[in-house]
Structure formats: C-alpha cells, structure tokens
Design a binder for this molecule. Structure first.
Ligand code: GAL
Length: 864
C-alpha cells in the first residue's frame, strides 16, 4: 500500500514537472503495407486534397493570407482509422526504404535503378501516452518521407508534406490523448516519373515525437551567428523564437549558456558564457535577440572542427520549462571574385564532390554509420566539401560534416517550374517553394559546415526572363533567412553566365564549363565562381578496354566503362580537363566532382534501349553489347546504377580516387598504377600504363627494367607510358618530388584464386540495432596477391549477435537482390554489411565461403 501511494505521489510530481522537453525516437514498431494497384484510392491524390495539406506549411509563409484548413475531417479510408486492425501488416523499424527491397525489374528505367520505389503505402503505429503528459504539446517530427505524406492521428487528419526531401513537423496536439493508446497513420504516395535518379520510397529518415510545454522554443527556433571574430573575442548573435501556444501573458526568464561540446554534441565542462534575460510573453510567438561575447573563441575549421553548444533554458517562477540545445561553430567565410574561397582568413580550394542521398545497398534508408563511412572514404581522398545534390540531406549528414570538418553546399532543389520529370517538383513549385526553402534553411542554418545555399541545379529557366524573376525571388528568401551566407546556383547553360542571370545569385556555379572560367573571370570580375558540377567521368572499377582510345566518347565494354579515366558524356570531361580549367583561372574557388560515390540510377551512358548500341565506337564492343542484350532476352540495357562515382556503389575505390588524391593531398606521398597486371591474353600487346602521383615525376619498371622516367608538364595531371608491351610479372613505379624519392606502387601478376581475405572496417559496433560493420572480401592467390578479375561466388554465414543486412560488389549491371546472403565477387571484391541487434551484445562470427577456395572467418563484437 505504501508503495502504491509513493507511486501516485511520483506520478503527480511528474505530471507537474514542466522541466523537460522530450524528443523520443519513433523509429521502432511500425506496421507497413504497400498497396497493390487495385487498392489505391485516388480520392486521396494530392491534387484533390491539396487544400488540406497546404496549411501544414503555414509557419513558413511570410504573408498574412495563409491557406486555411477546411473544416471537418479528411476521410483517409479504413487504414487511417483508429480502430483498424493492422496486426496482419508487416512489422518493421524505420528508417525504411521499400524500393531497395526490390526486385530489380529489367523493364523499369535504369534512370531510377530498375527498382520499385514508387507507389502508395501506409505506415501505422500505436503510441501509449502517459496521463502525466496531459497539457503538453505533441509534435511529430519527420526528417524525411518519400513522398507526398498525409497523416492521421486517431483517425483525424492532421497534415502532410509533399516534398520527399523535406523535414517537417505536424502538430498532433489537438487529437492526442494522454493516458491512452494513440494511433498515427501515415500515407505516402510516391509517383513514378518524379525523379532523375533513385529517390527511394518510404519513411526513409528518422522520425521523432517531441513533447513540450505550451511555452517552448519553437521548431528550429534558434539562429546563431558569430561576428567581429578575433583571437580575443567573438560576438554571438542569437535569435530565439519562443512558442506560447496558449497566448499566456507569462513572465519568463531566458537563460543562455554556451559550452564546448562532447562527442554526442552535448554540453561539456563549465559554461563559457551565461546570460539571463527576462521576457514578457504576449501572443503566440515571441522573438528574442541577444548579442553575447565569447572570449578567446576556438574557430571551427576543416582541420579542427571545434564546436560549441548554446543551451537555452526557459524558466518560469525559477523552474525550467524548456531546454533546447543548438550546436554551432565560430568561423569566417568569404568568397573573393578574384581569389576564390577563404575560411578563417586563408584561401581554401574547394575540393568537393556532389553526392546523392542513397547509401548504396542500403538504398535511401538513412543510416548514420553508412553516411559516416562514405565521408571517411571521401576525406581520405582529400575532399573538404560536399554538395548535397540536388536536395536537402538527412540532418545527421550535416552533424557529421560539422564534426568531421567538411564544408557543405546545402542544395534546395533540382527543378523550378520547368519540369524535368512529369511528376517532379515542378508541380509543387508555385505552391511550396517558399515553405520548403524557408523550412530547409531554418533547419540547417546553425551548421558551421554550410558555406552556401544552392537555390537550384540546371533549372530549365536559366537565362530566361522568368528564370531571372524566380532566381531573384529565391535569392532574396535566402538572404532573409540567412544574411551570413551567400546563395549559389548550378548552371549548365553557358548563356546563363553572361546574359544577366549571373547577377541573380551571389556565387556563380558552372556545371561542366572549365573552358569558360577564364572568360568569366575576365568579363565578370566582381562575381565569385566555381565548378558546381565537374568531370562526370565514367568508369567501372577494375575494367579496362584496349586499345586505349583517347576519344572521351569511347571506353565502353559491354555495359561497363573502361577505368582509364578518359571517358565522359558529351557535356562532361575527364578530371584532367577540369583541373586545367581551374589552374588557368586562379579566381575559381574550386570544384564539385560528379560524383563522389556511384549512386543508384542514372547509369549514363547506358540509359536507353537498343539505340544505346549506336553509342559504341568500337565495333567489337558493339557486337558484344548486342549479343549480351540478346542473350538476356532484353530490350533495354541492364545497368541500374551510375558509373560516375570516384568510388563504386559498394564503397570500393576506383582508379580515379588517386588522381584526385594526388591533386588534393599534395603532401601525402602516394603513387598509383593502372591497369591491373593480369593480362594473360595480352602477352606481347601494347598495354598502356598510367600513374597518378602527388610527386612531380616517376620512373616505371617492368620486371625490373626501366621503361623511362616521365615528368609532369604544365597542365598535366597523370603520367602515361602508352607503349608498354605486356608481359606478366611486376610493374612498379617510383615517384619523385623535387628529385627525391617520394612514393612507389607495385602490382604483381597474380596466380589463380586460392583464398578469401576478409577485412572489417571495424571490429566492434554498438548494439543499438543501427550500427554497422562493413566487411570487404578480396579474392587472393596462394601468395596473397589480389586476383583482379576473380568473380567467385562468395557465401556468408553469420552467427551471434548481428545480422547481415546487405551484400554488394559494385557492379552497376547486377540485378542480384542486395539482401542476398551470397554474392559474386566483381573484379576480385565484394562486400557484406552487418548490423547490430538492439540490446544484444556479444560475439559475432562471420564465415566467408567460396567453393574451391580457402574460407575465412572473422570475429566481431557488438558492445554496449
Ligand atoms: C548534370 C546533372 C546531374 C547529373 C549529371 C550527370 O547535368 O545536374 O544531376 O545528371 O549531369 O553528368
């Protein structure tokens, strides 16, 4: 009995405890159903229910004339209803991408990966809300759902958001019942013909329930910038938006404390700054602006990404009613029209890549470790900036960039009103661009990593009168939302650089125009510029075509691309051409290679049907491709993922990785030889050898015999020995810098496949049900030499506290499901991705087995 009273007292106390906001993950325990075509209810098509959905964006419209939600309820059909029995539906955890589950379908367009990412689906979840939460505000915070979300809470329509890359909040408060079971039902309607790449489908990012008191910091309600930065001090300018949903006339105290951050982004140590400001609330929203002085600021930089956190506590009668943390950094950025980009007062060349949002075999489903791994691989290459092409990324991607020292171009959109795809953003632009752009910027503008806001990519309006109008409009929104950073736009239309369109943005981005850099610099001396998309070189890891053809439209081998890094679509170029353009126009701020990683979809140049065969130069290769198509009984090419990546879909480096590393990390001694040296069919034939090195010259040796020393000339970025006659053995390069030995590389012809070698990127992972270990399998010969053309089938057996979530080998033509527990090696390598199981710590054992080869076992661990 005593205990019972104690419990009641505790509950009462909790009920009155106004102190905390709660932000809890809602990722677990959803029910999911994908509708078949007969079940799709067209009464819920966006065009028909738009007036219900539009008001969800009202917070971001700067007008007094906002759309009003119709009265009554929007009937969502049986799946939206509170009492619907969903127990027969599939159970799953988010983030979830239904498209990546496949299967690949040959008839589907390669442009979007031949995967079934489109369609209508429902997600439902029950939520028990404590009685003690009565009187709180309940917000559903969705980081991303693809796409056209509409949401019901306990059978009542609560809102929606069409843009699949947007993060958004829906207020559940009017319909949530404290002390009861509540049901959230989310309908997604992902139209086909809506994307130029693989978009994924589903609630593919994290989803949260945020509980606050009626007085709280608003959604993305803080904005912190630093000005007057010196060694001694920086002025921190804080804007705080405070919600007061009941329009209470309360007097509160706003306490701001600035701290250093720990690894999780939480405050650590003693506060560096403390401020208390009284505030009289009135109306539903209040804005408080403060300037605080931070002494001896440690600057955020790419070499030392130092972060601070502002912890803001709202207090009423001395009691905390909300605490909200904002991570930020102190740094200066400046673009100079005649001298590129400057970070903290020094010039930094933008060594960038464009990245789509998918995570290879995991599809669009966001995973923190998968993203971190991509960034680690890119950082090893020397990348210091990412362009989030062509849409807002997952919020955690920006957290990672802040922590790891990447700069970012945060990009809004791929399309304005001129459509690129029938059902793409053009159908939303007029109604949604303001809400989407402002919401996206308010979400992201505290990240020190972000240096520019991109308002668009290769929009159809470039240069037209309408384009100038829209571009000016978007740039003005950017300036309103964030006066501390410039706007940019990626342009492929050369006219847009000279016909007035260039004046509609702050920093001009050229897509694939290295030949225009010098002219622009001379003709537009006041506009900073850079290559917003560069190269678009295409290659397949480990594939080489002979004779080596320098014509950039060559290089096709069946449905693979030669990895001599000389090939690109007609609008694009090999890396070397871009480097030259930059080096001839020093004012250029840098480049963003298309792309860092291969991505799902857009398998240029193999995007069309049999007409693709006319693209083949080499008649033998054309015949091979035709034969391959016939054998498969196919009318379309099989390719499902891109060839643009410097790194393949599985995360394996292509040769190109090293031409960028050589340029971007000049102090790192390195040399890289291509091709591999297993050409039993080419004995006596000319087999060119190319070398990428951060040195200035190199000498090549074949079986100990020198093939001569080469020196990089002006505007030369690779060393070429084009007349090497193949003989098996050892090909070796010794690179020099300033006449001193600098680096070397050696490849030895391997024997037959004999064994599997297994290498994990880490030996332990967290038992949180999300963390991953990536295990690479290489096929080796008896002497432990890599067998570069091996394609043995590798089977995986896993025991213990983990599960295999995907396998991959980086082959852009593979239609094997990523979920298979076996995979063929592709050019000697394959990958298996292991995920932890929530709450299950302990050993994990992975066996890699392949018929006729020596197997290998690796022991891993899942830990607390
Ligand atoms: C660009 C476009 C990118 C991608 C690329 C391939 O024109 O902006 O999204 O399609 O071409 O080269």
């Amino acid at each position: 009995m005593k205990h019972y009273y104690l419990l009641i007292i505790c509950l009462l106390f909790l009920g009155q405890n106004l102190s905390s906001r709660d932000r809890v993950s809602l990722n677990e325990g959803w029910r999911f159903k994908k509708l078949d075509s007969t079940e799709i209810n067209h009464t819920l098509d966006y065009a028909k229910i738009k007036q219900w959905v539009l008001p969800s964006g009202n917070k971001f419209l700067v007008t007094s004339n906002k759309p009003q939600k119709p009265t009554g309820n929007l009937d969502g059909g049986k799946y939206a209803q509170y009492g619907y029995d969903d127990s027969g539906w599939r159970q799953l955890n988010l983030p979830h991408d239904w498209g990546i589950e496949g299967p690949f379908v040959q008839q589907y367009p390669g442009e979007t990966a031949k995967l079934p990412w489109f369609g209508v689906s429902w997600y439902r979840k029950s939520l028990d809300i404590n009685a003690s939460d009565a009187g709180k505000q309940f917000y559903l915070d969705v980081d991303g759902a693809m796409s056209f979300s509409t949401i019901w809470c306990n059978g009542h329509f609560v809102g929606g958001w069409p843009y699949g890359y947007a993060s958004y909040r829906i207020d559940l408060t009017p319909y949530m019942k404290a002390g009861e079971k509540n049901v959230i039902a989310i309908r997604l309607d992902n139209p086909d013909e809506s994307s130029r790449w693989y978009p994924g489908g589903g609630i593919y990012r994290n989803i949260w329930l945020t509980k606050t008191n009626p007085v709280s910091i608003a959604q993305w309600g803080t904005f912190i910038t630093a000005t007057d930065i010196s060694k001694e001090r920086a002025t921190l300018n804080l804007k705080m938006n405070i919600d007061n949903v009941n329009s209470a006339k309360d007097q509160i105290n706003v306490k701001t404390e600035i701290y250093n951050v720990d690894k999780q982004g939480n405050p650590t140590g003693k506060p560096l700054v403390i401020d208390n400001t009284p505030l009289k609330l009135s109306g539903k929203e209040s804005l408080l602006e403060k300037s605080l002085t931070l002494k001896q600021p440690v600057l955020w930089d790419i070499d030392n990404p130092h972060l601070y956190v502002a912890s803001i506590t709202l207090q009423k009668n001395g009691k905390a009613i909300d605490t909200y943390n904002t991570v930020f950094g102190v740094r200066t950025i400046e673009f100079k029209a005649n001298d590129g980009f400057h970070l903290n007062g020094r010039r930094v060349r933008l060594q960038g890549v464009c990245m789509h949002h998918d995570l290879g075999a995991l599809g669009a489903a966001f995973n923190y470790r998968a993203m971190e791994r991509q960034l680690e691989i890119l950082q090893e290459m020397g990348v210091n900036v990412i362009r989030t092409s062509h849409n807002p990324p997952a919020p955690e991607m920006l957290d990672l960039c802040d922590k790891m020292g990447f700069l970012v171009i945060d990009e809004f959109i791929d399309t304005w009103v001129v459509p690129k795809k029938k059902n793409g953003y053009a159908i939303l632009f007029n109604d949604w661009h303001e809400q989407d752009l402002r919401a996206f910027m308010q979400r992201d503008r505290n990240h020190p990593s972000i240096i520019m806001w991109s308002t668009g990519n290769e929009v159809g309006e470039q240069g037209s009168a309408d384009g100038i109008r829209i571009s000016n409009l978007l740039t003005s929104i950017v300036h309103e939302e964030d006066p501390s950073r410039p706007a940019t736009i990626g342009c492929d239309n050369p006219n847009a650089a000279f016909n007035g369109f260039e004046n509609t943005t702050d920093i001009f981005g050229f897509n694939y125009k290295p030949h225009l850099y010098s002219k622009f610099s001379a003709d537009r001396p006041n506009i900073p510029f850079y290559g917003s998309e560069t190269a678009s070189c295409i290659s397949t890891r480990g594939e080489y075509l002979f004779p080596v053809d320098d014509d950039k439209s060559g290089g096709k081998i069946g449905f693979q691309m030669s990895s001599y890094d000389l090939y690109a679509p007609d609008w694009a170029s090999p890396p070397d051409t871009e480097f030259k353009g930059q080096d001839q126009a020093k004012a250029n701020a840098g480049e963003f290679v298309w792309t860092g990683f291969d991505y799902l979809g857009e398998p240029t140049p193999f995007t069309r049907d049999l007409t693709v065969l006319t693209n083949y130069h080499n008649p033998i290769e054309r015949a091979k491709a035709e034969q391959a198509l016939k054998e498969m009984g196919k009318i379309e090419v099989p390719s499902r993922s891109s060839y643009f990546g410097i790194v393949d879909l599985a995360g394996f480096k292509k040769d190109r990785f090293y031409i960028y590393q050589a340029r971007w990390r000049p102090d790192l001694p390195m040399a890289h030889i291509l091709p591999h040296w297993n050409w039993s069919e080419r004995i006596g034939q000319v087999t060119p050898v190319h070398v990428y090195t951060s040195g200035d010259s190199a000498e090549l040796f074949l079986n100990g015999k020198s093939l001569g020393k080469k020196i990089k000339g002006e505007y030369e970025y690779r060393l070429r020995w084009d007349d090497v006659v193949y003989e098996p053995g050892v090909i070796e390069v010794v690179a020099y810098k300033d006449n001193k030995v600098w680096a070397s590389d050696k490849i030895k012809t391997s024997g037959d496949a004999y064994q599997l070698k297994v290498d994990a990127d880490r030996n332990t992972m967290k038992a949180d049900g999300q963390d991953l270990i990536y295990v690479t399998i290489e096929i080796k010969d008896k002497e432990d030499l890599f067998v570069p053309r091996a394609n043995n089938l590798v089977q995986f057996e896993l025991s213990g506290n983990g599960e295999i979530v995907a396998t991959d080998n980086g082959d852009p033509t593979s239609h094997e499901p990523f979920q298979n527990k076996n995979i063929k090696a592709f050019n000697g390598k394959c990958l298996v991705i292991i995920r932890s199981i929530k709450g299950q710590t302990g050993n994990i054992q992975l066996k890699a087995i392949s018929e006729g080869l020596k197997k290998e076992i690796i022991n891993l661990k899942s830990i607390d």
